[in-house]
Design a protein around this ligand. Sequence first.
Ligand SMILES: Cc1cc2nc3c(=O)[nH]c(=O)nc-3n(C[C@H](O)[C@H](O)[C@H](O)COP(=O)(O)OP(=O)(O)OC[C@H]3O[C@@H](n4cnc5c(N)ncnc54)[C@H](O)[C@@H]3O)c2cc1C
Ligand code: SF4
Ligand code: SF4
Ligand code: SF4
Length: 401
Amino acid sequence: MIDILDKTDCTGCGACAGVCGKSCIDLLPDDDGFLYPVIDQARCVSCHLCEKACPVINYPGKVNAEKTFSAYANDSSIRRTSSSGGVFYLLAEHILRNHGVVFGAAFNPNLIVEHTCITEIRDLPKLQMSKYVQSRSHDVYLSVKQYLAKERPVLFTGTPCQIAGLKGYLKKDYDHLYTQDIICHGVPSPLLWESHKQYIKNSMGITLTNVEFRNKTKGWRNYDINYIDRQKSHLISHDDDDYMKIYFSKICLRPSCYRCAFKGENRASDLTLGDFWGVEKVMPEMDDNKGTSIVFCNTEKGMDLFSEISDKLTCKEVSYEEAVASNPMALKSVSESFRKDRFYRILKKRSYQKTVHRFLKQQARMKKSVALKNDYIIVKNEKGALFAVLWKIVHRHKYLA
Ligand SMILES: Cc1cc2nc3c(=O)[nH]c(=O)nc-3n(C[C@H](O)[C@H](O)[C@H](O)COP(=O)(O)OP(=O)(O)OC[C@H]3O[C@@H](n4cnc5c(N)ncnc54)[C@H](O)[C@@H]3O)c2cc1C
Ligand code: SF4
Ligand code: SF4
Ligand code: SF4
């Protein structure tokens, strides 16, 4: 029976729950809103299937990016509605045109993010664009297996840990299964996203019907988050939006994201997509601030699928090193803030608005008063000595990536 001793290990992929023949594993939210397996021990028959499926216990394998590309869709409307270069749309469209099905993260009618399956091109917008919250993915694993059994081509997309989870669940490879993951910064908890939605509804007085995390009206780099009330847009720059500020502040991610086991070559996917940050330095001719993707072709199968859409792309090969130079999340985890545990603790006691503003204020103050010297963090305020000692201990135990 699966036993999570350290919460930083479990990604919440749900492979363990999916394979349990006795249905005695449920994925339930912890106090911070992250999903973890909970086992009904009375019904467990100690078959160990859950342990065998867990991609953290049995690592699914390594890839070696065969080729790396800088790419974007030639159709500007596809790029406009995608986070980076629109490569996902073209891959998915190709699979759908070939009698296949596509799985990815979508908003449900309550704007909760969960994996869903589409079979029609007209439904592709549901899966387009990054949603910066953990998607519930394990409910669709059985459906993936059923489509594969019917010999339908399947494209399964998600975070690297979700691809590893699916592979752990399936236990075998299929020629007609294609997997695509993303360069992943990490995911906040669904509970945080619920609190933010409530705050937006109350503070802006709107009925929230959709959200675009990466609206490109002002360009790919200076993107806005778009809160949509029926047809009406409410754009807020990502630099000014509370949720995006907290997302990038290292305090709200799932514990496993600070020690992610699926970075660099430790992926289980055929293809990896990301934003080609730094493209203006490496190949300025591929940059018009409308969104350029990095594409890692991790397997031959991934390379073949990518070749199938090449006539719809502007594309140039690039070295792996140049591609990741300005994108550290491709290789390493976000470093952990010592304020992380306090953030969720206080969020449970106080209002979302008060908690977020308090932490963002503290962060702005700390930015001014914190300096790095010889591996030590020197905090220049009256609590400086205490902070410096804490960081030294954390650093020595390699909790930082
Ligand atoms: C949580 C998250 C963190 C990211 N962090 C980085 C980063 O640090 N650096 C970087 O270069 N790129 C990052 N990306 C990837 C990047 O933003 C684009 O998604 C990627 O480049 C593909 O872009 P696209 O234009 O081809 O397709 P898009 O249409 O923008 O992307 C759609 C794809 O994203 C998937 N997706 C969307 N939301 C989620 C979710 N919550 N969970 C799982 N899958 C999801 C969909 O299933 C679909 O496959 C992140 C994406 C997400 C969702
Ligand atoms: S050991 Fe078998 S029965 Fe028990 S939880 Fe794991 S999969 Fe289910
Ligand atoms: S299979 Fe996934 S959800 Fe289950 S324990 Fe392992 S990482 Fe966690
Ligand atoms: S950072 Fe790693 S553990 Fe976190 S969501 Fe991304 S792939 Fe999963």
